[in-house]
Design a protein around this ligand. Sequence first.
Ligand code: RIB
Length: 306
Amino acid sequence: MPKPRVVVVGSSNMDLVCQVPRLPRPGETVGGGSFVTVCGGKGANQAVAAARAGAAVRFLTRLGADAHGQTLRDALRQEGIAVHPEQPDPETPTGTALILVDAQGENAIAVAPGANDRLTADDLHQHACDFDDAGVALFQMEVPAETIAAGLALARDRGVTTVLNFAPAVQARGMIGPGVSLLVVNETEAGQLTGLDRGTGVGVLLDALLGLGVGGAVLTLGGRGAVFAFGRQRGEVAGFAVDPVDTTGAGDTFCGALCAELARGAAPADAVRYACAAGALATTALGAQSATPPDSATRRLLDGSA
Ligand code: RIB
């Protein structure tokens, strides 16, 4: 059977990760940490998650002409992901994220986007054929808003299902509307998008997301699972019990896995359940891509045999 096809448009970062006993307050120094450098970026993490979930992935991203850019490109190629444009940006460094992870697996992230800010609509038009036979096109918010808008239009013109993960939640929300088949956000992002308080019930939040004019919405609830509305079909999926080590990239894994399953033709409820299982497993090791599970591990958890 041919692999489901997913095109991802988004960021690539080198993640500089420091595990510390607790997150420092402003102006405070916390010692006793350990350090690791791993591949990240929301777009790249989602591309890797879709590939490990069994999809054939094309990834439109912008890397710098530096060692981090080459390392990221090599890692993506090893996953079998086609990366475009092939030319690195000669003037801007590859994106970098500074990540602190505490003993409970919670994190704080600061991103210097670098070359990610130079992925243009023109880059996407030059690789428009990457959208031609895709089942799903997946976007997040770490590249310029006009680039995402151009990608959404390219996908919609070709009848490709569009999934927008509005993370991080930024001011540019003009592209959220009928051009988005499915909006994926967590509770914080949903609150920022809709203006509703964090304590608002998930059903009300989901309605408010649909009120933005998108075709459907998934509200992720961290360890509690997710709720969704695909047109008139609504449902909820309970979280999977795991021992979290680092939650970095769990949402990215959720999105990549979800899109692979949707492109495969899975029913919405099954796709969300698969994505919840993959996202839960992604919290059980340090890093984003370094913790992204293969399809076999996700299915073991779904079967209850993990
Ligand atoms: O979602 C996690 C990602 O956010 C990290 O990999 C980091 O690069 C930032 O983009």
